[in-house]
Design a protein around this ligand. Structure first.
Ligand SMILES: Cc1cc2nc3c(=O)[nH]c(=O)nc-3n(C[C@H](O)[C@H](O)[C@H](O)COP(=O)(O)OP(=O)(O)OC[C@H]3O[C@@H](n4cnc5c(N)ncnc54)[C@H](O)[C@@H]3O)c2cc1C
Length: 419
């Protein structure tokens, strides 16, 4: 029975990562009384420590490699961009098999066509929220660099960029070694060139940006409370759950629990094929007067450097492991000496590596829309490598679906019912 403290909101949004915050903000903007719930503070999990890119160029979601050489390299488990826990493979195998199937070149191209309809709005939707939240200072418009050590890889990626430009209107510049050196004078002269994606925006403090969106939500009258989503229960046609501020009741619920979404969806009777790709970060002080002007992917080595407010953030690629398995920052250990040779990094600024878990689906599309068997339940998770990129797009789409507005993007391809 609800206690004397039971309160009622129109909508509960479960999970205050970047996705849940954007959903809650868009609902509150539309006059819905919204309560955002998290068991921790806002944006303290995956949305805390990502690489900060709003990837306007990211029309092809990251697929499972299909070339033989890469598979052999990954098989030895010695690369930097991907690492796996051998003990997790039996549990991950069904997911990996589906992921492999969706990544076949023809299928991947179909996925990209659907995915690009979300991606095309990522910068404009962030711009709109950032303007309202007074957070435009977090956004930087220099694009980002994919740097190359071999002509073979450089030419392959230049050709790919030309294709994406023709097909999706993605803009880029090609840089030879000299042009790159002029743009990034502190990077060691070991590179043969770079691809400069000019449309994307970078965020120099993803946690700060999410907090600014949360404050905008609260200024509009939204409430953020602490509570465990596991206590959610159906209450007739409505919902209720326990929070630090007593029992909350609501007509509708949005699950935006990122990598933990499956814990609740399974309890509600949904068997979704979700898995995680874990990733790590570490900050470094730049040595002396060295300055990194652009975020940069060392493409053939497989790690990323991003200039952040806190220092240079090194982020790692995909770790295939169970979400709650012990942390193993092997890729960070492998990347650090290589990064130090590329850019003058001084001491580490964090006492230990941060870890996040990218919430992934095998078809590389997020799960956005009404739950197939509950009219008043909505899903907003599975944003994998692009949760920061797509948070505001998903937020708007979910809010439009709930309030009965015409969705600005056709939501059908992302529907939970597709599984
Ligand atoms: C190394 C790395 C680099 C990345 N770089 C980029 C990038 O450059 N650009 C980009 O777009 N994306 C990037 N990503 C991906 C991006 O960070 C994620 O897609 C995004 O943060 C997911 O957001 P979310 O809100 O879905 O999940 P989360 O941020 O994880 O939020 C889920 C929330 O649910 C809460 N929660 C969980 N269980 C419960 C419960 N039982 N009760 C209440 N609350 C609960 C958690 O506390 C958490 O706050 C990167 C990820 C990693 C790991």
């Amino acid at each position: 029975m609800p206690g004397p403290t039971a309160t009622h909101g129109d909508i509960l949004v479960l999970g205050a990562g970047i996705v849940g915050i954007c959903v809650a903000l868009h609902l509150q903007k539309r006059g819905r009384s919204t309560v955002l719930v998290d068991r921790r503070g806002a944006a303290e999990e995956t949305s805390f420590g990502n690489a900060g890119l709003i990837q306007r160029e990211g029309v092809y979601p990251y697929g499972f490699p299909h070339d033989f050489g890469a598979l052999i390299r990954y098989g030895f488990n010695r690369t930097i961009d991907a690492y796996y826990h051998p003990s997790a493979l039996p549990r991950l195998a069904p997911f990996l098999w589906k992921y492999w199937m969706y990544s076949r070149p023809a299928r991947h191209a179909e996925v990209a066509r659907v995915y690009s309809r979300l991606i095309e709005h990522c910068v404009s939707e962030h711009d709109a929220l950032a303007a309202e939240a007074g957070a435009a200072g977090f956004l930087h418009r220099k694009g980002w660099l994919k740097v190359f050590r071999t002509e073979r890889e450089r030419d392959r990626r230049f050709a790919e960029a030309a294709l994406w430009h023709r097909e999706f209107g993605i803009n880029y510049r090609t840089l030879d070694a000299r042009a790159l050196q002029e743009l990034e004078p502190h990077v060691a002269p070991v590179l043969v060139g770079a691809l400069h994606w000019t449309d994307p925006v970078s965020v120099d403090d993803p946690h700060g940006l999410a907090q600014a969106y949360l404050r905008a939500f609260e200024r509009l009258g939204g409430r953020f409370v602490q509570g465990n989503a596991a206590s959610l229960e159906a209450d007739g046609r409505a919902w209720r759950m326990r929070t630090a501020q007593g029992i909350l009741k609501a007509n509708e619920v949005v699950i935006a629990l990122g990598p933990w979404a499956d814990v609740l969806t399974r309890a509600l009777g949904y068997d979704l094929p979700l898995a995680v790709k874990r990733g790590y970060h570490m900050h470094y002080r730049p040595a002396g007067e060295a300055k990194l002007e652009h975020p940069m992917l060392d493409t053939e080595r497989g790690y990323f450097l991003a200039p952040m407010r806190r220092g240079i953030r090194l982020t790692t690629g995909a770790e295939f492991a169970l979400r709650d398995a012990i942390r193993t920052p092997v890729q960070l250990g492998r990347a650090e000496p290589i990064a130090r040779d590329l850019f003058p990094l001084a001491e580490r600024l964090d006492t230990e590596a941060w870890m996040g878990a990218r919430p992934c689906t095998p078809d590389m599309l997020p799960v956005i829309g009404r739950a197939p068997r509950h009219d008043s339940l909505f899903f907003a998770f599975g944003h994998a490598h692009h949760g920061l990129t797509l948070g505001p797009v998903t937020g708007r789409l979910v809010a439009e679906m709930i309030t009965g507005e015409k969705p600005f993007v056709d939501p059908a391809p992302y529907s939970p019912g597709r599984f």
